[in-house]
Design a protein around this ligand. Structure first.
Ligand code: FES
Ligand code: FE2
Length: 345
C-alpha cells in the first residue's frame, strides 16, 4: 500500500557536454531543411547549396516562426517562411525584404548556431550546458571510409523513455548480461580522458572473439566484433529532453573471407537489433538511481559514473520522492499538505 502512493520518479539529470549525432548524412540533401528536437530545444538542420550541414535554434527572432516548417535554403542562407527575413547559415540577419529602413537586427547575429561536424556518414552537434566550445573531436571510424572492405551501413534508431546515461551505462553493467541477454562475458575497462574502452570476452564461446567497445564522450560509441565474420557497430545516444533519448545504431560487416552473403549479413544485423531490444523494455520502465547500492561485482558501474561525471557541469542530484497526487487525494487534506511540502524541491 505504501509503495502505491510513494511514487519515486527519475531526477532530471543535466545533459552531459559532448558531441551527439542528430541525423545521418543522407537524411538531408543540399537545400533541404529539417526540424529537430534535442537537448530539450527546438532546432533546425539545414544543408546549404555548397553542401555544408548547419544547425540553428529553430525560432525566428522576428515573430517566432519555426524555420523547420517551410523555411527555405537559398544559397548559403535560410529564409523564414513567415515574412521572408533572411539569415546567414551562422545566424546573422542579412535581409528584411520589405523594410525600407533595415531594422537594427540586420547585420547582427541573432540566432544561435551550434557547432556541427559531419563524420561517419552522420551529422553531430556539440552540446555544452554553458555554451563552451568543443573540448574534443568526433572520432572518425576508418571502416566507414573503406566501402570496398565493409558493407553499407544498416542504420536503425529507437526513441526510448529514459535518460541518456541509462543507455550508455548498460555497457558497463556486467551483471545484467546473463538475466537480460542470456549470455556471459568477462569484461574489463580502461578510462583515458574523454575515452573509455571496454574489452569483453564471451565466456565459454571461443569462436566468438573479443568485442572491443569504445566511447568517445557521452554520445559516440562503437564496437569491433572480432568474430569469424568481423563486424562493427556504431552506437549513438542523443537526449531529446530529460525524459527521452534517441538510440541510433549502425552495423557494417567485413567483406573479407568472401562470406558477405546476404543471409549472414541479415543474421548479424538481426542479432545486434535483438540485443538492443532486449535492453529497451528495461530502459523504458526504470528510474535512474543516483546513489545505487552497488556490490563488488557492479564496480564498473561506479567507475563509469566517475568517468561520465567529467561531462556534466552539475553533480547528479539525489532522487526527490514525489507523490502520485491522484492517489494522495484519497488522504486527508492536512496530511496531503504536510507531505506535499516535504516533497517539493
Ligand atoms: S517570423 Fe520570421 S520573418 Fe517574421
Ligand atoms: Fe544490455
Amino acid at each position: 500500500m505504501f509503495a502505491r502512493w510513494w511514487c519515486v520518479t527519475s531526477p532530471k539529470l543535466p545533459f552531459a557536454n559532448g558531441w551527439y549525432r542528430v541525423a545521418t548524412s543522407d537524411e538531408i540533401v543540399p537545400g533541404a531543411v529539417l526540424p529537430l528536437r534535442f537537448f530539450g530545444r527546438e532546432l533546425v538542420l539545414l544543408r546549404t547549396a555548397a553542401g555544408d550541414a548547419r544547425v540553428l535554434d529553430a525560432f525566428c527572432p522576428h515573430l517566432g516562426a519555426h524555420f523547420g516548417y517551410g523555411g527555405v535554403v537559398e544559397g548559403e542562407t535560410i529564409v523564414c517562411p513567415f515574412h521572408g527575413w533572411r539569415f546567414s547559415d551562422d545566424g546573422v540577419c542579412v535581409n528584411v525584404p520589405y523594410a525600407k529602413t533595415p531594422p537594427p537586427l540586420v547585420g547582427k547575429k541573432c540566432i544561435r548556431s551550434w557547432p556541427v561536424t559531419e563524420r561517419n556518414q552522420c551529422i553531430y552537434v556539440w552540446y555544452h550546458a554553458r555554451g563552451q566550445s568543443p573540448a574534443y573531436e568526433v572520432q572518425a571510424i576508418p571502416e566507414l571510409a573503406a566501402p570496398d572492405e565493409w558493407t553499407d551501413m544498416v542504420w536503425k534508431q529507437w526513441t526510448i523513455r529514459c535518460q541518456a546515461i541509462d543507455v550508455v551505462e548498460n555497457l558497463f553493467d556486467v551483471a545484467h548480461v546473463k538475466p537480460v541477454h542470456k549470455s556471459d562475458a568477462d569484461v574489463q575497462c580502461q578510462f583515458d580522458g574523454y575515452r573509455s574502452v571496454i574489452t569483453a570476452n564471451p565466456a565459454g564461446r571461443r569462436r566468438h572473439g573479443t568485442v572491443l567497445t569504445y566511447l568517445n564522450g557521452p554520445g559516440q560509441g562503437w564496437s569491433r566484433h572480432d568474430q569469424l565474420l568481423p563486424f562493427l557497430v556504431l552506437t549513438h545516444v542523443t537526449p531529446i529532453d530529460h525524459e527521452q533519448v534517441v538510440w541510433h545504431i549502425g552495423v557494417t560487416i567485413s567483406r573479407a573471407k568472401n562470406r558477405d552473403k546476404d543471409s549472414i549479413k541479415a543474421w548479424i544485423v538481426n542479432v545486434v537489433h535483438h540485443l538492443a531490444e532486449q535492453d529497451i523494455p528495461i530502459f523504458e520502465h526504470k528510474v535512474h538511481r543516483v546513489s545505487p547500492p552497488l556490490c563488488e561485482e557492479d564496480a564498473l558501474i561506479g567507475d563509469f559514473r566517475a568517468w561520465y561525471q567529467q561531462f556534466c557541469d552539475e553533480p547528479a542530484r539525489e532522487v526527490t520522492p514525489q507523490f502520485a497526487r491522484a492517489d494522495v487525494a484519497e488522504m486527508g487534506a492536512s496530511i496531503v499538505h504536510t507531505f506535499l511540502r516535504a516533497g517539493d524541491e
